[in-house]
Design a protein around this ligand. Structure first.
Ligand code: SF4
Length: 416
């Protein structure tokens, strides 16, 4: 039996015993981290081996130290948490790992049994279900923003009330203006005051500037990386494009992520020239969908070029005014505001990378993806690039119509 499946069956047998399940998850992640560090997958370049271990460790650490962790959405200004040494845990990461443990169905069922709508995004249902079953331990703090996702605020509010943990919601205006920057900046200054009270630690402005400086250096490397993406076959599996979210969002500003991008740039320069066809993903790639795994993971014929969610902000943050600079970043994200903002960022990326096709996987319950499908479809048609959209679920494997997906995906790939 596959060892992950075996481990998962032990977790599943104990799903009603939260203390045990929580320990099994943390232990499983520790073993996985040790395993990927000792037995490096030779098919992966050094940068991705490093990222693999880093992502597992960061989820493990936040679960192992709930009293020093904060739950966040991917657009949260985590620079302030990093400055305080607090460990962030984001919904998409936790739920993807639970799907990796094959227990997302139990967690989703637990959330739905408590009255959570079955049409809520499964990243959120999995997270809530783990909270309902007591598998997730009370965090010290929660932060979310109003950016992009209509599920974040209700989920974070619900969990904050359930656990009695303080929540900060950053309201991000759709349009950029001086007033909008001041409005968000004030919320960030208030956030820091609350963090200081909760964690009993004073954030140091020089430390924050250093984090922003590291973030700017990292983003410069990210932009350089993009110069090579169109010419090389590089990202070997969909999991790695998802892992990039750790580096492009929640942990950007850390030394580890800077180190990762330095390695990444070295590796992509040395990567083989592009072979086969490349596909650009809109939003998130479906890591657990059987057909996508079969056609894209470690494939010579098809490869993952990039996904727009990793490149929603590519500017510099003002180091002299980190609060104002981070406020600007939140407002200028291409995922903030109308779909036209996302469409123009997708256009820029596609013009640069020149993929052979674009796939939008419409994750069940994600209204912001499904609602924008025709705008992206028209954009692809205007640019003369084949476009495919499919419905399914990036977390809950039960919601993927594998037969239908296979027919449409194969037809699309053949056309490429
Ligand atoms: S997939 Fe959509 S609904 Fe789910 S967390 Fe992401 S943005 Fe929100």
């Amino acid at each position: 039996m596959d060892p992950v499946r075996f481990y998962s069956s032990i977790i599943k047998r104990n799903i009603k015993r939260p203390e045990k399940v929580e320990k099994l998850i943390v232990r499983g992640l520790s073993i996985a981290q040790l395993y990927v560090s000792l037995f490096k997958d030779k098919r992966l370049p050094e940068s991705l081996q490093y990222l693999n271990a880093f992502c597992i460790k960061s989820v493990r650490d936040s679960l192992a130290e709930p009293q020093n962790s904060a739950w966040v959405n991917i657009f949260s200004p985590t620079e302030f948490l990093i400055a305080l040494g607090v460990k962030p845990l984001f919904t998409e990461a936790y739920s993807s790992f639970m799907s990796g443990f094959f227990i997302e169905d139990d967690l989703i069922d637990a959330a739905e049994a408590r009255g959570i709508s079955n049409t809520l995004c499964s990243y959120h249902k999995t997270f809530i279900g783990a909270g309902e079953l007591g598998i997730l331990k009370k965090p010290r703090f929660l932060i979310t923003t109003s950016t992009a996702c209509d599920a974040n605020i209700p989920t974070f509010r619900y969990l904050s009330n359930k656990f009695g943990a303080p929540l900060c919601i950053i309201d991000v205006p759709y349009k950029y203006s001086k007033e909008a920057v001041e409005y968000v900046k004030k919320q960030l200054l208030d956030l820091v005051k609350v963090l200081e009270e909760v964690f009993k630690r004073k954030p140091d402005i020089d430390k924050l500037r250093e984090i922003v400086r590291t973030e700017n250096r990292t983003r410069a490397l990210m932009k350089e990386y993009l110069n090579y993406v169109g010419q090389k076959s590089f990202i070997p599996t969909m999991t790695f494009e998802m892992y990039m979210l750790f580096a492009s969002h929640v942990f950007i500003g850390t030394g580890e992520v800077l180190n990762f991008y330095q390695k990444l740039l070295r590796d992509i320069r040395n990567a083989p020239e592009k072979r086969g066809k490349s596909v650009f993903f809109v939003h998130l790639p479906p890591l657990f969908e059987k057909n996508f795994k079969e056609y894209f993971n470690f494939s010579e014929k098809y490869h993952i070029a990039a996904s727009d969610i990793n490149y929603d902000f590519l500017e510099e943050i003002d180091e002299r005014d980190p609060f104002g600079g981070i406020a600007e970043k939140l407002i200028l994200s291409s995922f903030n505001g109308g779909i036209d903002r996302r469409a123009s960022r997708i256009r820029e990326l596609v013009e640069k990378i020149k993929p052979d096709g674009i796939i939008q996987f419409c994750h069940l319950g994600c209204k912001q993806t499904i609602g924008g499908t025709f705008v992206i479809k028209n954009l692809a048609a205007e640019m003369g690039i084949p476009f495919l959209y499919l419905d399914g679920d990036c977390v809950d494997k039960r919601n993927n119509q594998e037969g239908q997906n296979r027919t449409r995906l194969e037809a699309f790939l053949e056309m490429l």
